[in-house]
Design a protein around this ligand. Structure first.
Ligand code: V47
Length: 369
């Protein structure tokens, strides 16, 4: 391995990792620039196995996207519709949204993950009642709902501070925040692909606030469009800096850009090799975030399996009813059973473990291992 590391120009980075030293922006860019993907993967796998050995996490969750009406016009988005009544626009009634959970009373779900468009006309009570209703139906379920972008939007249109919005949603049952809406933190990219939604500072401030109020959250990165390698590493470093302050991020989730049916459709989708590299570099840069998630809906199932040897230790979950990626061209199934997920992790040579949102091991999963 020594000569391989030397040939790839990565000897000093490997030494830093062995010494537990942090990697810099320049180190991260070199990890992207070296042609030797397998050596980058080998380094990432070593870090992954130090933390998690073969353990690979997944959860039993459902996705509810209650509305796709959205006043923002992000160039990468195939899901949003500008106004109610536009072709393909939908908004669930509260009962329709609650029904998604009621219909699954036979499933031992542990999490509901909600992401919505930024709807201009709904009252704030729509969201608080949505959460209260989910908890009435399944009091023990974990509600991972609303990206920081949605929280910022609620604060702006309902005349509250970000903190008031978080507190009111927590009172209604909110347990954690998902990582969506991060896109790319660098201003050059964000102002082009997501110019009319909350900026980087506010996204990070809201996650910091959520952490201080006792919630956990995730952080994502949308890659494979117009960003440079330096901007990818910069994104990881901004997440790492907040994590130093609060410790509230559970997982970093690279999200592969899907080009169908959106304003960036002329761009090619990122390659599997790029996807593996992004997960690997994330594992190496983010020494303070416990988990790197390969979201199988975004990577594709086979690439997610391979990513388990390139730094990733988590696959998200059963998902069910995903729309954002399927409207953008994802050809993955819309759901997997826990049995299918366990099988694909085992087939990849790793050990499947069902977790809840906070990474507690779900007892029945140990029994069926
Ligand atoms: O913020 C939208 C992305 C995100 C496209 O926290 C696209 O556990 C690719 O954040 N191509 C929402 N990506 C999904 C998300 C997420 C997913 C899985 C787990 C978690 C978690 C969070 O989806 C958006 C945006 O970055 N997205 N359109 C597209 N065409």
């Amino acid at each position: 391995m020594k000569s391989r590391l030397a040939a790839a120009g990565l000897t000093d980075i490997a030494a830093k990792l062995e010494a537990g030293e942090r990697l810099t922006l320049e180190d991260g860019v070199r990890l992207f620039d070296t042609p030797d993907l397998l050596t980058v993967g080998w380094l990432a796998n070593r870090e992954r196995e130090k933390r998690h050995a073969d353990r690979t996490y997944y959860n039993y969750n459902i996705r509810i996207e209650a509305t796709n009406v959205c006043v923002a016009s992000c160039l990468f988005c195939s899901f949003a519709r500008l106004k109610p009544g536009d072709h393909g626009a939908y908004t669930m009634s509260l009962d329709e949204a609650w029904d998604k959970l009621r219909q699954r009373s036979h499933q031992p779900l542990t999490e509901v993950h909600v992401v919505n468009g930024l709807h201009p006309d709904l009252p704030f009570s729509y969201y608080t009642e949505l959460l209260q209703g989910f908890k009435r139906i399944r009091p023990e379920i974990h509600l991972k709902c609303f990206t920081a972008v949605e929280i910022a939007f609620f604060a702006d249109i309902y005349n509250r501070t970000d903190e008031q919005v978080l507190r009111e949603l927590m009172d209604a049952g909110l347990d954690s925040l998902p990582g969506g809406g991060a896109e790319i933190f660098a201003e050059r990219v964000r102002s082009k692909i997501a110019h009319d939604k909350c900026g980087t500072e506010r996204y990070l401030t809201i996650h910091g606030l959520a952490h201080r109020l006792g919630m956990r959250s995730n952080v994502t990165m949308l890659y494979g469009h117009i960003e440079t390698n330096e901007e990818r590493v910069d994104h990881m470093l901004r997440a790492r800096a907040l994590q130093d302050d609060t410790g509230g991020f559970q997982a970093f989730i690279p999200l592969a850009f899907h080009p169908d049916n959106n304003q960036m459709r002329k761009l090619p989708a990122p390659t599997a090799a790029d996807t593996l590299r992004v997960h690997a570099v994330a594992r190496l840069m983010l020494d303070n975030i416990a988990h790197v998630k390969a979201f199988w809906i975004a990577t594709g199932v086979e690439v997610a399996q391979t990513a388990l040897w390139f730094g990733a230790d988590d696959l998200d979950g059963t998902v069910q009813e995903e729309k954002i990626y399927h409207m953008a061209g994802s050809r993955t199934p819309e759901a997997m059973t826990t049995k299918q997920i366990r099988r694909l992790i085992t087939a990849a040579g790793r050990e499947p473990l069902e977790r809840d949102t906070l990474y507690n091991i779900v007892p029945q999963s140990a029994l069926t291992a």
